[in-house]
Design a protein around this ligand. Structure first.
Ligand code: 5GP
Ligand code: ZN
Length: 118
């Protein structure tokens, strides 16, 4: 069973923010912003590559609820899902990073010059 399946099953404790029958949100153990919450489906899905539009519909509403609960809906936030090796996905269980609580930086994401790929 993968790390986030164990968190979903309460075999590993997490600092929960919100949950329903299908989804769970908890604070990231290594936050990269004042607010850094992870939202996951309770059933295992490897990544965004495998998620269905039906599950995403529920996930969208769930993430919107999380932004209200942690009070970043009006001030703004970022939602990220890393996919595969180039995306930097370390945990192979679909998760959405919800980041906020401060003005977030935006810039180059790799050492490669984007202009080289135009
Ligand atoms: P990824 O790099 O796969 O997109 O993101 C994985 C995230 O999971 C990282 O931000 C990391 O800090 C977080 N993480 C890894 N292990 C744990 C854990 O045991 N508990 C919690 N709450 N977060 C974790
Ligand atoms: Zn899993």
């Amino acid at each position: 069973m993968c790390l986030f399946c164990k968190i979903a099953n309460d075999e590993i404790t997490s600092n929960k923010v919100h949950e329903n029958d299908n989804f769970l949100a908890f604070h990231d153990i290594n936050p990269k912003a004042p607010v850094h919450v992870l939202a996951i489906p309770k059933t295992h899905i490897d990544s965004f590559n495998e998620v269905t539009p039906e599950i995403m519909a529920g996930m969208t509403a769930f993430i919107q609820e999380v932004t209200e609960i942690v009070d970043i809906k009006q001030s703004g936030y970022r939602v990220i899902t890393n996919v595969g090796d180039n995306g930097g996905q370390e945990v192979k269980h679909l998760h959405f990073h919800i980041l906020g609580g401060a003005r977030l930086k935006w810039g180059h994401f790799s050492d490669a010059d984007p202009k080289d790929f135009l």
